[in-house]
Design a protein around this ligand. Structure first.
Ligand code: PBG
Length: 321
């Protein structure tokens, strides 16, 4: 016992040796930076808790993406909120304009991921449409979600990322994309997405908080591992090209298991509440944000995350690794 402890201490005795023995690494190409665009605002609006992140007008997003590119980030996950919410038959003109103008401007210097969901479009803020008896109207929901995915593909989105957690959405999107000659467009499904307490700042930013009830009907229960793995398997079977688990730190136990079962790329989404927790702790002098981010990113890599979505992605170059 004493021998083993000595060995640990010997290997920790200098920085270069510690670096040599480190087993995790990541580079800027592993990061995805979320971007919020809202049709109804003209400037940048702060998001409570999310330091260095804003809800932006489309015009301001150009400058932000430009800055982020200079910081080595090349993957962006776009969340678009329209001025007007509706009950159904959603107007996607602004969405299409946002996507196509960003792609026209940055071409293939960036990889533009678009989050596909109904929650920022519906007047009730849920990720689905309901029947009169408040049960989920899955057929109508899938139809709308697939239409949105297609319109994003047509506008030039590089990666379609459905986050709604409706049964069958990956297959439904794959079918419509293939039919309309977007068979080369990858789908990254939010495949293991828990009903979580850590989405608070996001819902403010995307103006997508549900006006009644919660999302437990369609998001996963954090108490069930098998359900969580099954959800990713199902997305894989339906044709997802890459998978995602979220929240980040509370789901790291599942990453390797899902990778082994699907042989697909599995990424980790460090969600808004996780990032905000670190930002607010830093504000109170309780931690160093950069160091804390670095720790969480290494832990995600240690757990097998092949890519990382983080509100701190734009800080990664400065932080170093
Ligand atoms: C929309 C969506 C959510 C997130 C990503 N897409 C919120 C939710 O499901 O309520 C959360 C991301 C975050 O908190 O950073 N369906």
């Amino acid at each position: 016992m004493e021998k083993a402890e000595k060995k640990l201490h010997r290997l920790k005795s200098n920085q270069l040796l510690r670096d040599l023995c480190s087993e995790t690494s990541f580079s800027l190409s592993h990061f995805v930076q979320p971007i919020f665009i809202n049709e109804g605002i003209n400037d940048n609006e702060e998001i409570i808790g999310l330091k260095n992140n804003f809800v932006m007008s489309l015009d301001n997003s150009f400058k932000q993406i430009d800055d982020d590119l200079n910081n080595g980030v090349k993957n962006f996950l776009l969340f678009i909120s329209p001025k007007k919410k509706s009950v159904s038959s959603f107007n996607l003109d602004f969405h299409q304009r946002a996507i196509s103008s960003i792609k026209d401007r940055f071409m293939n210097d960036i990889n533009l991921w678009t989050d596909v969901c109904l929650c920022s479009l519906t007047d009730h803020g849920h990720c689905c449409l309901f029947n009169e008896d408040q049960s989920i109207d899955i057929d109508r929901t899938l139809k709308e979600i697939s239409k949105i995915a297609l319109s994003y593909a047509q506008a030039g989105s590089d990666i379609i990322a459905p986050s709604d957690m409706m049964d069958g959405r990956t297959l439904s999107i794959r079918k419509i994309l293939d039919k309309e000659e977007f068979s080369m467009k990858p789908i990254v499904s939010y495949s293991t997405k828990f009903s979580s307490n850590f989405y608070g700042p996001f819902r403010e930013a995307a103006s997508s908080a549900p006006s009644f009830g919660d999302r437990k009907q369609y998001q996963l229960d954090y108490r069930s591992e098998s359900e969580a793995i099954r959800a990713s398997l199902r997305c894989a079977e339906e044709g997802a090209d890459m998978l995602m688990v979220k929240p980040g730190m509370t789901s790291i136990d599942l990453i390797m298991k899902i990778r082994e079962k699907t042989n697909l790329m599995v990424g980790s989404y460090q969600v808004s509440g996780e990032y905000a927790g670190m930002c607010l702790s830093e504000e109170k002098g309780l931690l160093d944000l950069n160091e804390a981010l670095k720790e969480t990113w290494h832990v995600m890599r240690r757990a097998g995350a092949q890519y990382i979505i983080s509100y701190g992605a734009r800080l990664a170059k400065e932080i170093g690794f």
